[in-house]
Design a protein around this ligand. Sequence first.
Ligand code: NAD
Length: 344
Amino acid sequence: MKVAVFSTNYYDREYLISANAAGKHQLTFFNEPLRLESIILATGFNAVCIVVSDDANKKVIDQLSVFGIRLITLRSTGFDNVNLAAAEALHIKVMRVPSYSPQSIAEHATALALTLNRKTHKAYNRVRDNNFSLNNLMGFTLSGKIVGVVGTGKIGRAFCTIMQGFGCRVIACDIRENQAMKEKGIEYKTFEELLCLTDIISIHCPLTSATHHLFNSHAFSKLKKGAMLINTSRGGVIKTTDAVEALKSGQLGYLGIDVYEGEANLFFKDMSGTIVEDDLIERLMSFNNVLITPHQAFFTKEAVEQIAVTTIQNLSDFENHISSANELKSVPNKPAKLAANENV
Ligand code: NAD
């Protein structure tokens, strides 16, 4: 199958070429993201392969259909950047990589929390400058703290297990409770209860209409003063302007994010030689209790290899008309409900 692979870096190419060693598919790599402005690149292909920073909105999908594209395959788990209903209406199949290494993301969330707490990033720079003072490096003992996990899917569950290993009490909220996690001692509460009770919160739910700006001024006002918030899920789950206000007031004590609402224009690019026009991320970076990484939580050898293998498998399954659990179907959005016992 002829596939236009958008938003590629050297590592995407290396691992996809290796997964496609048998030469089943003809892959053409583009550095450009998929956008209306770059869509002409998809001419003459049967499928497009995209990532989270690409934009498969309705207009893009309409045009892809005109070009004869029959498959959009995502090299990611999250698919909030694809208008599934528009694709379905035009009989374009959408596939994804539902799981590649949940531990990779959970471990990165842990790294953000530990770094913010123990300030190893500051110590590293300080010591290189022959400054061996301990001023402002004091952290807190993680063992015994209460950790809140929003979304106990594959990544959330891995994060719960890591936090239990640190000796933390773990509270979770999800629209579906996980029995196995309950048996492991995870306590399910409502979202509001979780906000009030926890010292550290880690977000692991998808971005949906129900979770968009879930962390807003109202949620921040319910936090334990000085709590830590970690987000490796999707930027849109946090209303960034409200987070800035909560940081200024000290209500939010630490913020560690691997994802950001405006990341599509910034992340995965080297912008060190240009002027960044996004004032909000610049404001965030001015706080000494904010740590930002550029959507790298997934970025381990194991995960990138698995993404490539599953992507090639998705292409083959589509070509051979094999039905796959990796296909995405559009479902009407359900209203936001975060009560602990709700089953949807
Ligand atoms: P998953 O589908 O296994 O789990 C998501 C969980 O969130 C489910 O248990 C679901 O019931 C729950 N959920 C849905 N709506 C909710 C709500 N309103 N409130 C609370 N919980 C809710 O997904 P996963 O593999 O664990 O991935 C989670 C998210 O992590 C993805 O959607 C993606 O956005 C993000 N992600 C980020 C990276 C990265 O590199 N930063 C990599 C992979 C995934």
